[in-house]
Design a binder for this molecule. Sequence first.
Ligand code: NDP
Length: 332
Amino acid sequence: NEQILLAERPKGMPTTDTFKYEETEVKAPKEGEVLLQTLYLSVDPYMRSRMNDAKSYVPPFQVNEPLNGGIVGRVEESTVDHLQKGDYVVGYLPWKRHITVKAKHLQKIDPNVAPISTALGVLGMPGLTAYFGLLDIGQPKEGETVVVSGAAGAVGMVVGQIAKIKGARVVGIAGSEEKIQYLKEELGFDEVINYKTTENIRADLKKACPDGVDVYFENVGGEISDAVASLFNKGARIPLCGQISMYNLEKVDVGPRIQTRLLMNSALMKGFIVNDYAEHFGEGMKQLGEWVSQGKIKYAENIVDGFENVPDAFLGLFKGENLGKQIVKVAE
Ligand code: NDP
């Protein structure tokens, strides 16, 4: 039974040396436990922060211990009544091919609602992040302009589509022509800017947002958010979801950044962690599920095959290799 450990704490950008594969035994489930086979494994940007030995909202990974995260598995053996062999479940679990875990840490997935991998994306943590961050903090109104960075990723893609459902003009920022085409043609974004090829992101944003910016859903930080901030309208709302451009910096990047623009526009920027909304997850999942089944929210997944490719799939997040949710398929 193979598992993946944190080999060393990365300095700057992680490499394949950050990870170590190791053989371990499969443990028979005790009372209250089940044995799972890992089918789909999620790699997420927040895992980079957990590789540092620093206090955060989740404890750091430990060196020489298995990494963990969202996993969809199939029950192989069960000691509890509510889970049977063959059932599909999702949970925060160690990166192993076979996992023995307390059943109370798992949630059952209905494979008839949507493909089971979506429990890691649009119908899982990233979907809920988009839903609550945008609707509770961003509060987009009809006719307003919503800008989202990291627009072609797991969270950003859902943010843009919910903003469209709410009647907003939606402008995305993403890093490749393929992503831009997908967001505009498949998902109906009004404009999308390629931050990697633009000669002047501020000028492009100004053109894309002739009425300024009312909501900025912040996924990346750095110069992109400085540029968006120059267009904030009075009373703009900024859900601060993530700052991926800063996760691998060895020195904290300081600049004028956006505080002045917040002040000048009486704008509200609020950080949040998806778990802040844990009490309301049921309501969020119900609405996201309805939108997905009605075709109002589409989703894309970038599925990489093979447990041996987990490190590369993770590193790909920082190179923009994924269109939609980055997932590793470990078994059929
Ligand atoms: P994504 O699926 O968006 O994957 C990451 C994407 O970020 C890449 O595809 C890449 O796309 C883009 N990116 C990578 N490096 C940079 C950079 N230096 N500058 C700009 N863009 C970059 O990941 P998620 O949707 O899972 O997460 C998006 C953000 O939301 C992250 O910041 C994450 O930490 C945060 N998050 C926060 C949560 C919370 O509870 N607050 C929960 C979940 C996620 P491109 O080609 O466009 O560069």
